[in-house]
Write a protein that binds this ligand. Sequence first.
Ligand code: ATP
Length: 461
Amino acid sequence: SGSTESAGSISSLGRDRGLSMSSSQNKSLLHLRGTQKKLVLGMVGLPARGKTYISKKVSRYLTWTGYNCQVFNIGSYRRKLFGADKSNEFFDPDNLQGVEQRKQCAIAALEDMIKYFASGGHAAVYDGTNSTSSRRQMIMEYLEREGEHLGMKIEVVWIESICNDPEIIEANVRETKLTSPDYIGASASTAEADFMQRIRQYEKAYETLPAEADYPFVKIVDVGRQVITNQIYGYLMGKITHYLMNLRPNKCPIYITRHGESMHNLRGLIGGDSDLSPNGRAYGQALADFIHSEQFHEDDVDELTVWTSTLRRTIETASYLNIPTVQWRALIEIQVGICEDMTYADIEERYPAEWAARKRDKLRYRYPQGESYMDVVQRVEPVIFELERMQAPVLLIVHRAVARCLLSYFADYDQHDIPHLEVPLHTLLKLEPKAYGCDIKTHKLDIPSVEDEGPHVQTSS
Ligand code: ATP
């Protein structure tokens, strides 16, 4: 029968290699290993170098792939403990009171991070400037000591963002700092001048990660123009490094739609590789008309590329567009194994145990000889990496389960919501990037589909 990945089995950072273990197997493995591994990604960099941006992204990525991960932002501790109204003098390394108070914030964040690990967190991002060797040494020693105390091995990887292009820095300051809680009530020019001065205060004491360091780090230079790694080892660190190598602050929208209604949709069958129905073809045409209309952003359509799966219904939907198309096998619909070409009613009748297992845990339920939603998350990961690298708009014409997985990554939905996200047929979603996330706009095209006929009709995708 179809196996489910047990929810309680994600207790060590060694998971996520496509292995399915029962929880008893997993417990004995953990017992043999003795200590639990935890991972801290410590940010390093001057202000306005994208540390918070990178922190949120990498944390999102880890959460999406099944780890418990949280960001600990030292600036928020500073605001909470000592107030938001600190001018740049507070950050002067010669201001002894400022130095002491900033150290207290750093420790308060570390203490919470330890509590988070003790309560089941797997990984944490420690988001601050961490700009001197002595501060980083203090953090590593603290984590080693506290970890030992709690029977955890806490590994630290430093992620440094270096950028000396004044244009990028000014743009970053304008985009994210002028509206920061640090400058409520201040004019834009006062805020900008003070923030630039804050950067200079940090520059006085800044020490880059040394090439001879005997600990792991990843240095990102000029928004990914160069990536330097040191002592990166193992599966997870490797994956994170690969992710960081692809990460660019993207200003372009991502469009997502399901294929037009298929013949299988019409018949209520799941799986398969059917053609579009007449309404599905009408949607292909309507989508093309919309994308080439004035309503659609002119810059977007000029640079747009279209990505489909290798299944006929997506390729056929794209065929009306007359835009270069890339076919990704990684984007095919969730594989339903022995339930291929069946209706949901057939499955309930023929495989009641499978039906019940799926109802219990739709996220981790794996169709016999098929896939689970979590399998799809793993499968579409290369597409996510590529999208993070893209500097042009992309339209993805995909399938329902795949659209749900992609959407949950970009819009930061809880993992357990993935299988339940609403992605109706004949609807175009526009994901517009903003400072640390994205807005979603929904555009329903006026083409009927089997899904309009009532909530009792559950179509495949
Ligand atoms: P602070 O120390 O004040 O918290 P920060 O380093 O955390 O600053 P962010 O708040 O993350 O900086 O700045 C966000 C801006 O940085 C965004 O405009 C984003 O586009 C940009 N950005 C993202 N990645 C990078 C990078 N690798 N290098 C430089 N800028 C980047």
